[in-house]
Design a protein around this ligand. Structure first.
Ligand code: PMP
Length: 375
């Protein structure tokens, strides 16, 4: 089996599974309980929080809240900001290619009187040059570090500059596809969201990091867990595994990144050899962990299924929207022509992938392009 769908989810690290099991079997208390079993669980939770902030160099500037993943983290940052800071203004800015957990959270606020302002894409990423005209009354801008469908890397420094000159407009950085993969500076973002299962931890774990001093309105009514920001008994084992996976990701970041760059280049040049059949959608600023291309003569869903039958797993657009029609709103927002934006396939690398995986994929694609009925 060749697994090339790591942007959808990845295999958990052995270290993260061991950490989960250790806490779930030996320290399974409720961290809110005021007895020794509870204190023990709380020590693991506090250790996880400390490790995550220290690993990212954010111990002095941010707090860490555990929750179920990036979708929840994005919703909390967006709606929590809207409800806490509505006296400042009513505009929320978001990149045209953001993940649905951002776009739909922002759009849902239009019913509450907020205005959703879309930031157009330039070379696949939200263009910070387009921010100024829309900034009056803006309370939040939402930026993904790396696009999950295309791998386009955002101009984060450009958004940090905008943030510095607009103190009333907070910045959410959706780091889901960058965390533990790229050596990014998160320190100037007010909110940083990410999911455990994309970095070698488990599904149902994730975090929202919040700049110290910002008071968000919680979305769940309930107890006082996570300093009152996220009610519900905390998934201590999941949080601890998250911290262990993040530590491992950072320890291997340079080596994994160099390998991803090599595999990306290998696949890109192999696809160029198949040029009448494919159009590669790469960008000047690009995460090497993702490569998106469109099939020009075949239905992407048929090719993805054909690859799956040969034991090769890739994605037709993102797993989040792959049940919808076979086109990419991200590529359309990029300005790619309708013909070339249709039938996108996403290949995404993880720490386990090898050159043989890429060669296997290229050989299977060559075979399928010659065998499968054209459109
Ligand atoms: N943001 C981005 C950029 C993503 O890629 C994803 C997952 N596809 C999410 C948010 C949501 O993550 P989850 O499904 O783990 O909540």
């Amino acid at each position: 089996m060749i697994y090339l769908d790591n942007a959808a989810t990845g295999r958990p690290y052995e270290s993260a599974l061991a950490a989960y099991l250790e806490v779930a079997t030996a320290h399974w208390g409720n961290p809110s309980s005021i007895h020794e079993i509870g204190y023990e669980a709380k020590r693991y939770l506090d250790k996880a929080r400390k490790t995550i902030l220290a690993t990212l160099g954010l111990a002095k500037t941010h707090d860490c809240y555990f929750l179920s993943g990036a979708s929840e983290a994005n919703n909390l940052a967006i709606k929590g900001t809207a409800f806490s800071f509505k006296s400042r203004g009513n505009k929320i800015l978001y990149g045209a290619g953001e993940h649905p957990s951002v776009i739909n959270a922002v759009l849902s606020l239009s019913k509450e009187g907020f205005e959703a302002v879309k930031i157009p894409l330039k070379d696949g990423a939200p263009d910070p040059e387009q921010l100024d005209p829309n900034s009056n009354g803006a309370i939040l801008s939402c930026l993904m570090a790396v696009n999950n469908e295309t791998g386009a890397l955002s101009d984060i420094a450009g958004f940090y500059r905008f943030r510095a000159s607009h103190p009333k407009c907070l910045l959410l950085l959706d780091a889901t596809q960058a965390m533990g993969k790229l050596p990014l500076d998160y320190s100037k973002a007010d909110f940083i969201s990410f999911s455990g299962h994309k970095i070698g931890a488990l599904k149902g774990s994730g975090a929202l990091l919040v700049k110290k001093g910002i008071k968000l309105t919680p979305l769940i009514d309930g107890g006082e867990q996570e300093s009152g920001l996220r009610a519900g008994t905390v998934n201590v084992a999941g949080a601890y595994a998250l911290s262990v996976a993040l530590t491992e990701s950072y320890a291997k970041l340079k080596a994994n990144l160099a390998k991803a760059e090599h595999l990306h280049a290998l696949l890109h040049s192999g696809l160029e050899g198949l040029s009448p059949f494919v159009k590669v959608h790469d960008h000047k600023r690009q995460s090497p962990y993702v490569l998106c291309f469109s099939t020009l003569r075949h239905k992407a869903s048929v090719i993805v299924e054909g690859l799956s039958n040969k034991g090769i797993m890739v994605s037709s657009v993102s797993a989040c929207s792959s049940k919808k029609e076979n086109t990419s709103y991200v590529l359309e927002e990029e300005g790619v022509s309708k013909g070339e934006a249709a039938n996108p396939i996403r290949v995404s690398f993880g720490p386990d992938n090898t050159e043989e995986d890429v060669q296997g994929l290229l050989a299977a694609l060559t075979q399928l392009f010659n065998e499968v009925k054209t459109i």
